[in-house]
Design a protein around this ligand. Structure first.
Ligand code: HEC
Ligand code: HEC
Length: 259
């Protein structure tokens, strides 16, 4: 029997095709929280699952090397973090009392460079920052996402939630309309996922590269013809915190492979 597959009819960006067979996500209940990998083809899922074939591991390996390399101005990361950082990325973004801000892993790395290494900030989306972030995120692979949104982080969480629900761009669409109300449906060449950040940094075939969560968010904002925020923008960090709270309990998958 042919299944009737839902399509997103989002004005001019609508696109719809009905895959012939039942897909992995067809039997999910509406309130089930699942990773974006569930919505990919079997080939892409297999690429992610194979640590030797998964191109994201090139960045993880480079990150491991950078972690033990001392900059001229101070000690190497490893000299203070000899036991590694297992499970840490699953708890980020997190409030930092030193700066009275919420930091994501990228921000925390740059904070350590400034405070503990006397070194300059690494540029967002530079190979070095992506590599260190991937190396640290990978040490949380399999750990459940669990962020603290209480106390000083609360207002930032609320700000992220607001961004998620606000319609924007020429298409006048919110994150929520695509990723909460229409996941599982087809849009352009993709099946809409629930929009979780647990796979990032991730290797995207379209990018032919590793990319941060903020790069993905910029693509989503540009997809609705809205002005994207700059990399590392506090508002994107707020969205990142909201996404992590929304994905509570989902396992970290970085480095994920995505279409
Ligand atoms: C017009 C629909 C649309 C809107 C609006 C949209 N996205 Fe997306 N988003 C997509 C598509 C398509 C993808 C790629 C396939 C997928 O994972 O859903 C994607 C991917 C993602 C991913 C990566 C998921 C993964 O597992 O790889 C995240 C995170 C995400 N979006 C968050 C957001 C946020 C936050 C917003 C609002 C700022 C937003 N999106 C707005 C369509 C949308
Ligand atoms: C001189 C010691 C020192 C060096 C070098 C150092 N760190 Fe740190 N790091 C710390 C301390 C101490 C903390 C706890 C927060 C603080 O006081 O800044 C920390 C916290 C962190 C955290 C967050 C841990 C958590 O549980 O929240 C991460 C991630 C991290 N460092 C990564 C790095 C990376 C990557 C480098 C190298 C670029 C680095 N650190 C270099 C001392 C160091």
């Amino acid at each position: 029997m042919n299944r009737i597959v839902g399509c997103v009819s989002l004005a001019t960006i609508a696109a719809c095709s009905a895959p012939p067979q039942e897909r992995a996500h067809d039997r999910l209940s509406p309130d089930e929280i699942v990773s974006g990998s569930v919505f990919l083809t079997a080939e892409t899922r297999a690429l992610q699952a194979d640590d030797f074939a998964n191109p994201g591991f090139l960045w993880v390996d480079r990150g491991e090397a950078l972690f033990s390399e001392a900059p001229q101005t101070g000690p190497a990361c490893v000299s203070c973090h000899a036991d590694g950082l297992a499970g840490v990325a699953a708890t980020y973004p997190a409030y930092d009392s030193d700066t009275d801000t919420v930091l994501n892993i990228e921000g925390r790395i740059n904070q350590c460079r400034a405070k503990h290494q006397g070194a300059s900030s690494l540029d967002y989306e530079s190979d070095e920052l992506l590599s260190l972030t991937a190396y640290i995120a990978n040490q949380s692979r399999g750990a459940p996402v669990s962020v603290d949104t209480s106390g000083s982080a609360r207002a930032v969480y609320e700000e992220g939630a607001r961004y998620f629900r606000t319609r924007r761009g020429q298409f006048n669409l919110s994150c929520q309309q695509c990723h909460t109300e229409n996941w599982g449906k087809r849009l352009r060449g993709d099946t809409l996922s629930q929009g979780h950040g647990n796979g990032f940094p991730a290797y995207r075939l379209e990018w032919q590269s590793m990319g941060s969560l903020h790069r993905r968010l910029r693509d989503c904002d540009m997809g609705v013809r809205a002005e994207p925020l700059p990399y590392g923008d506090p508002l994107y960090i707020a969205v990142e915190l909201y996404l992590a709270a929304r994905a509570d309990g989902l396992e970290v998958e970085s480095p994920a492979v995505r279409r």
